[in-house]
Design a protein around this ligand. Structure first.
Ligand code: HEC
Length: 191
C-alpha cells in the first residue's frame, strides 16, 4: 500500500473520473455515451434517475454517479454491485449491515438522502468529527486508503440506491456485466 496517494490527489482524480463519465464524446474505448430519456424505470425516479450511461456507469443530470436497478429490484448495475462489496469490507463495521447504522455510527441510508457526490466524497476523504456530540465518535479519513478511494463512486451509488429504497437489504442477486472500463480504471488506480 506504500507509497500512499495524498488525499488531495485522490479526490481530484476521482472527481475528474466522474466528470469524464458524464462528459460528451467518445471515450478511450470509442464507445459513445447513451443519453437516456423518459422514465422507463420507476425504481430510479426523481433526482436519481439516470440521464446517461457510458461503459456501464450511470450518471444523473448533474453528472453524479447513480444506480440502475432493474428486474423488479433483483438486478443492479456493476458499480452498485461493486459498491455493495466495498461498503461491506470498509464501512459495515461501523455503519452496520446494509447501511442501516449501528450504536457507533449513523445510518447512511438516512444520511445519503439529498447528499450529493461532492459532499459525500469530502466526508469520506477527510473524515468527520462532531465536536458537539456527547460521545467521542469519529469518522476516519479514508483519503489515503485505495481500497476505498478507488471505489468511491461505487460506494456512493450503492448507498444512494439503498437510501432511495430502490434496493433492499443483503447482496443484490444479479448484476449487469463488468465493464472493461471498470477493470482499466481499477488497475490504474490500484497500481
Ligand atoms: C471506525 C468507524 C467508521 C468507519 C469504518 C466508517 N465510518 Fe463513516 N462515520 C463514522 C462516525 C462515528 C460518523 C459520525 C461522525 C460525526 O457525525 O461526527 C460517520 C459519518 C459518516 C458520514 C456522514 C453522515 C452524516 O450524517 O453526515 C458518511 C457519509 C460516512 N460516515 C461514510 C462512510 C463510508 C462510505 C465509510 C466506508 C468507506 C465509512 N463511513 C466508514 C464512523 C465510521
Amino acid at each position: 500500500m506504500k507509497p500512499a496517494v495524498p488525499a488531495f490527489v485522490s479526490l481530484v482524480a476521482l472527481v475528474s473520473v466522474c466528470h469524464a463519465a458524464g462528459a460528451a464524446g467518445p471515450d478511450a474505448a470509442g464507445q459513445r455515451p447513451v443519453t437516456i430519456s423518459g422514465s422507463a424505470d420507476p425504481k430510479s425516479a426523481g433526482a436519481s434517475q439516470p440521464a446517461k450511461v457510458q461503459d456501464g456507469q450511470y450518471t444523473d443530470r448533474n453528472g453524479d454517479p447513480t444506480y440502475h436497478v432493474s428486474d423488479g429490484g433483483r438486478k443492479v448495475d456493476w458499480y452498485t454491485m461493486s459498491g455493495y462489496v466495498r461498503y461491506s469490507a470498509n464501512c459495515l463495521a461501523c455503519h452496520g449491515p446494509d447501511g442501516l447504522g449501528s450504536s457507533y455510527a449513523p445510518s447512511l441510508v438516512d444520511a445519503l438522502k439529498g447528499m450529493d457526490y461532492a459532499h459525500f466524497a469530502g466526508i469520506v476523504v477527510g473524515g468527520k468529527k462532531d465536536v458537539s456530540a456527547a460521545q467521542d465518535l469519529v469518522m476516519p479519513a479514508f483519503g489515503e486508503n485505495r481500497n476505498v478511494m478507488c471505489y468511491l463512486p461505487d460506494i456512493y451509488t450503492y448507498l444512494r440506491a439503498r437510501s432511495d429504497g430502490a434496493l433492499g437489504r443483503n447482496r443484490p442477486p444479479e448484476h449487469e456485466p463488468k465493464p472493461a472500463a471498470f477493470t482499466k480504471a481499477e488497475d490504474a488506480c490500484m497500481s
